[in-house]
Design a binder for this molecule. Structure first.
Ligand SMILES: Nc1ncnc2c1ncn2[C@@H]1O[C@H](COP(=O)(O)OP(=O)(O)OP(=O)(O)O)[C@@H](O)[C@H]1O
Ligand code: SF4
Ligand SMILES: [Mg+2]
Length: 388
């Protein structure tokens, strides 16, 4: 992949993730290299179990146990600064998660807490990551209010802004009535912000929806709430992990449109994970194709669709249902990653497999500018590019 590049918001280098299970070690991600360019929508596509989610968990250094990053480097860049997520302490990474790098989870039901109002769940994220901003807005609003209580609120909030550890503020926050004077105006601002955000999500009557519980909303509406939570802190990089799974096609189309619209409005970089080539075509500027823990092809969306080179990418494209064309499946199944195939992990399913493919793992090489392939069939082409 390209060397140090200021245009990259994120770089993944030589990344390995393993899950240590009773059945054995799952080699889930095996030497992934990937650049995410600032401002783009990068689609990650591959069959189930190919390592899409795990790779992007590793990009936030939040691989769940019993998984672990065993090798590699993940670098995030912002304002000329470089954050090496694979080397930073957890307390520092936590500051970036949510505020800089945010994630929409695969399953909205799992992401929402059934016993809290949906609006409060979005507000919580705002109060964690944008507390000072909410305090400042509260001070502005309180300026126009007369009376003892608003003026008391103003002075407590003002002191806490100047010095969070102020002993008087700490003491006041322990007294129920005074704690209310501190939190009520701040929460009022957070609520306003949530209602605005829910409106942006295309949710009708957002003020009423704020006070609803997840079970009172449809799957599509729940997913809009999850997206609102992910966007509530204006992230630079949003990772959307199959956000339309389990939604019917019309709702899926609405969510895809919403995501495109929000990406423009928020000016963020989007990493969109899916197993659906149709969604990739709709959403992506560039595409990374994953198979069994490896990235096998990367290129811009037109190149991938018009001139795919890796036999697996070709298989995925031929499996898209088209009127007047018989459906063609990729033969075989995704391998078990406890004992993955030797050499090229795709070789048991590849109609072009050669002896060499069983012994050696093909590197991801650039066969033309911006088009990378991990397949021996195209390594000569890569050598020509290098010589030329
Ligand atoms: N908690 C876990 N314990 C053991 N193995 C895991 C765990 N999570 C993921 N894996 C394994 O890691 C590999 C990659 O999984 P991952 O969830 O990244 O796939 P995916 O491409 O996101 O699939 P899907 O499209 O189904 O979401 C799979 O072999 C999976 O079984
Ligand atoms: S390296 Fe060999 S097995 Fe792998 S995709 Fe290419 S031809 Fe097929
Ligand atoms: Mg997944």
């Amino acid at each position: 992949m390209t060397e140090r590049n200021e245009g990259n918001i994120m770089e993944v280098r030589d990344l390995y993730v393993r899950f240590y299970t009773y059945e054995g070690v799952v080699k889930a991600v095996d030497g992934v290299d990937l650049d995410v360019l600032r401002g783009e929508t990068l689609g990650i596509v591959g069959e189930t179990g190919s390592g899409k989610s795990v790779t992007t968990y590793a990009m936030m250094n939040m691989v769940p146990p019993p998984g672990r990053i065993t090798r590699g480097r993940v670098v995030y860049r912002r304002d000329g600064k470089e954050f090496v997520l694979t080397e930073m302490p957890e307390s520092e990474i936590r500051k970036l998660r949510g505020s800089d790098i945010s994630r929409i989870f695969q399953e909205p039901k799992a992401a929402l807490n059934p016993v809290y109002k949906v609006g409060d769940q979005v507000a919580e994220a705002i109060l964690i990551h944008r507390l000072d901003e909410m305090k400042e807005r509260a001070l502005e609003t309180l300026k126009s209010e007369r009376g003892v209580f608003p003026s008391l609120s103003r002075s407590v909030i003002d002191r806490s802004l100047k010095f969070e550890g102020d002993p008087l503020v700490r003491l006041l926050k322990r007294i129920p009535l005074l704690r209310r004077l501190y939190w009520k105006p701040i929460k009022r601002e957070a609520r306003k912000e949530v209602v605005k955000l829910l409106g942006l999500m295309g949710i009708p009557d957002p003020d009423r929806v704020y006070d609803m519980y997840p079970h009172e909303l449809s799957g599509g509406m729940q997913q809009r709430i999850v997206i609102a939570t992910a966007l509530s802190c204006n992230p630079q990089l949003l990772i959307a992990d199959e956000p339309t799974t389990n939604l019917d096609v019309t709702v899926e189309a609405q969510i895809l449109e919403l995501m495109k619209d929000l990406k423009k409005k928020f000016g963020m970089t989007l990493l969109y994970i899916t197993h659906d080539m149709g969604v990739i075509a709709e959403m992506s500027d560039r595409v990374a194709v994953m198979y069994a823990g490896n990235i096998v092809e990367v290129g811009d969306v037109i190149t991938i669709f018009k001139k795919p080179l890796h036999p697996y990418t070709k298989g995925l494209l031929e499996a898209i249902p088209m009127p007047g064309r018989p459906l063609k499946d990729i033969p075989g199944t995704v391998p078990n990653l406890i004992n993955p195939p030797s050499g090229c992990r795709f070789h048991p399913r590849c109609e072009y497999a050669m002896d060499r493919c069983k012994r050696e793992k093909p590197k991801l090489v650039e066969v033309e500018p911006g088009h990378w392939v991990a397949c021996f069939l195209h390594h000569d082409q890569a050598a020509e590019v290098e010589e030329g």
